[in-house]
Design a protein around this ligand. Structure first.
Ligand code: C2E
Ligand code: MG
Ligand code: MG
Ligand code: MG
Length: 284
């Protein structure tokens, strides 16, 4: 519990410690129920090819519409799920829902999903993922899993083995939030990543801050020279998108192209034939 508090979640509890502990236990039991009811749902954010402007994939982002608290953000409930031993079942539930939804989208639309660092300590993870793919019939090649470098701190040998097993299923791997936290070039060298996601803190600052633009440029070059595709997160303006295009960054993700939306909004986006490009690639 102290760990979760330290990570800044549950700011909505301002009572004394006892009341707070009880309230968190209550919320945890609500979360457990929500996971088993498939009431924690994936939203999907467009990934756009910066060269063509086409939708090439979506990233699944967990959402918990709570009956009284409104939409609870993953920054709040993911740490609670990790603490309460719920992250495994939650991930399976989200992956199932995501694969079912994405199975009806065109074959070139990939589905990216986030893994929690804890999950790279779970020796059953590759089998769990294989099961979801078998159950849903979703092609492994269309699934991409995102991990942050905090997942690689600790038992790097185990993490590497699990990532290699997952990669061997045909699932692709992305290193998320690159440039923050524990960035180590060793990780890029040792681990079987397919793409590099450049953290939004650099991307968002590109226009105002030359240093950030230089860092993004260097990371795009580094990624490409290692054979990785590059994704810029947090693309909010056309100006940033233009700079990224100039650098040869492959894919953009951000409010400019669309916020995370429920599956039916993506259904609508990919289904309409002959619609104008701007309508196809902008969701929100
Ligand atoms: P992430 O994987 O780096 O996801 C990107 C975050 O940036 C998302 O926040 C997204 O809504 C937000 N974002 C996208 N475009 C923009 C933009 O243009 N501007 C700004 N300011 N933000 C943008 P979200 O949905 O709140 O998720 C936060 C984090 O929670 C994710 O970061 C991921 O680490 C974690 N998360 C979300 N869903 C899951 C999940 O199913 N499992 C696990 N383990 N973690 C998850
Ligand atoms: Mg991510
Ligand atoms: Mg990220
Ligand atoms: Mg992030």
């Amino acid at each position: 519990r102290a760990k979760a508090e330290g990570r800044g979640c549950f700011r909505f509890f301002e009572q004394g410690t006892d009341a707070r502990v009880r309230a968190m236990a209550q919320l945890e039991s609500e979360l457990r129920q929500a996971v088993s009811d498939e009431a924690v749902v994936p939203h999907f954010q467009p990934l756009i090819d910066l060269g063509t402007g086409h939708l090439v994939g979506v990233e699944m982002l967990a959402r918990w519409p709570h009956p009284t608290r409104g939409m609870v953000s993953p920054a709040e409930f993911i740490p609670l799920a990790e603490d309460g031993g719920l992250i495994g079942p939650m991930t399976v539930s989200l992956l199932r829902q995501g694969c079912r939804a994405a199975g009806s989208w065109p074959a070139h639309v990939t589905l990216a999903s986030n893994l929690s660092p804890m999950q790279l300590r779970d020796a059953n993870l590759p089998a769990t993922i294989a099961n979801v793919l078998a159950e849903t019939g979703f092609p492994a090649a269309r699934l991409e899993l995102e991990v942050t470098e905090s997942a690689l701190v600790g038992d790097l040998v185990l993490a590497r083995r699990l990532l290699e097993e997952i990669r061997a299923l045909g699932v692709r791997l992305a290193l998320d939030d690159f440039g923050t936290g524990y960035s180590s070039l060793r990780h890029l060298q040792l681990l079987p990543f397919d793409r590099l996601k450049i953290d939004q803190s650099f991307v968002g600052a590109m226009v105002a801050d030359k240093e950030s633009a230089k860092i993004v440029s260097a990371v795009v070059g580094l990624g490409h020279s290692l054979g990785l595709s590059t994704v810029a997160e947090g693309v909010e303006t056309e100006e940033v998108a233009a700079l990224l295009r100039g650098l040869g960054c492959d894919v953009g993700q951000g409010w400019l192209f669309g916020r995370p939306v429920p599956a039916h909004r993506i259904d609508a986006l990919v289904a309409v034939p002959g619609e104008k490009e701007t309508n196809r690639t902008r969701v929100a």
